[in-house]
Design a protein around this ligand. Structure first.
Ligand SMILES: Nc1ncnc2c1ncn2[C@@H]1O[C@H](COP(=O)(O)OP(=O)(O)OP(=O)(O)O)[C@@H](O)[C@H]1O
Length: 251
């Protein structure tokens, strides 16, 4: 059954039209990867799904099950169970991790009784130092610790769809495995769908992606299985008319 249905989505950022007619469906419990050259619009796509205000939907629709969410605020989307692990994680001085998670529980009307026990177990599962739970969110954390903490934050409450924007960048080999395993378990145990942006097949192998879609110049240009990700790693994006020197200057 379709969880997320994106139809003919056109999105602009300021004067720039970045997405130019995206169609994408993610089923409940499905693991979908989005690959594509630098600057092709992948982060724009996920920011739009989460409702970041600077991204303007010019045309098309975004629906969760049968509800069009394009006009929803980001917090309403979060309450519905959409979560994003973004490329860079903001520092929040003055807000402790355990306090933030307790607030998340209240926001989602969940029982806060066992929250401490739960997050300690989550930290252990991710091989994340427990002392970080009493510190300010992301302040003075290493890049890898931030990615793990974001994974912990999204895993601490039930989610329908978790989106990861290059969660594999900056993670060491063991940390990548820890994060991938946690997300896989979210998928196995809670049926959480995963939409994962990545440049390399490694994460997708660890998580076992069901499907790979390719975004070039704001359009979906290909779809396949893990074999497509492996092939792209070897060949790059030339077959879609993209030269290596052009990466990063698309649009
Ligand atoms: N706020 C903005 N103002 C102007 N242009 C923007 C803005 N945000 C994104 N863009 C442009 O939109 C295009 C798509 O950017 P986006 O970050 O979505 O690409 P991406 O596929 O995620 O790239 P990467 O793989 O490098 O992370 C780029 O050309 C980028 O410069």
């Amino acid at each position: 059954m379709a969880l997320l249905t994106i139809t003919d989505l056109h999105v602009s950022v300021g004067a720039k039209q970045v997405l130019q007619g995206i169609d994408l469906q993610v089923d409940a419990g499905e693991v979908v990867a989005v690959m594509g050259p630098n600057g092709s619009g992948k982060s724009t796509l996920v920011s739009t799904i989460m409702g970041r205000p600077t991204y303007t939907v010019d045309q098309g629709s975004i629906a969760i099950e049968d509800q069009d969410i394009a006009a929803w605020s980001t917090d309403r989307r979060a309450r519905r169970g959409l979560a994003l692990i973004s490329q860079s994680q903001p520092e929040i001085p003055g807000v402790r991790v355990d306090e933030l998670i307790t607030s998340m529980y209240r926001f989602r009307d969940l029982d806060t009784g066992k929250v401490t026990e739960r997050i300690v177990a989550e930290a252990n599962d991710l091989a994340l130092d427990q002392s970080l739970l009493n510190r300010w969110v992301n302040v003075d954390l290493s890049g890898g610790e931030r990615k793990k903490l974001e994974t912990l934050l999204v895993s601490a409450v039930p989610q329908a769809l978790v989106i990861g924007d290059e969660i594999d960048s900056g993670l060491d080999i063991d940390a990548l495995r820890d994060v991938a395993r946690r997300l896989r378990r979210l998928n196995d145990e809670q049926g959480t769908a995963l939409l994962l942006i990545t440049h390399y097949p490694r994460l997708l192998r660890e998580i076992r992606a069901d499907r790979v879609v390719v975004l070039v110049r704001g359009k979906m240009v290909a779809e396949g299985g893990m074999d497509l990700a492996v092939e792209l790693e070897k060949t790059g994006y030339q077959r879609f008319g993209v030269e290596a020197a052009e990466y990063g200057t698309l649009g």
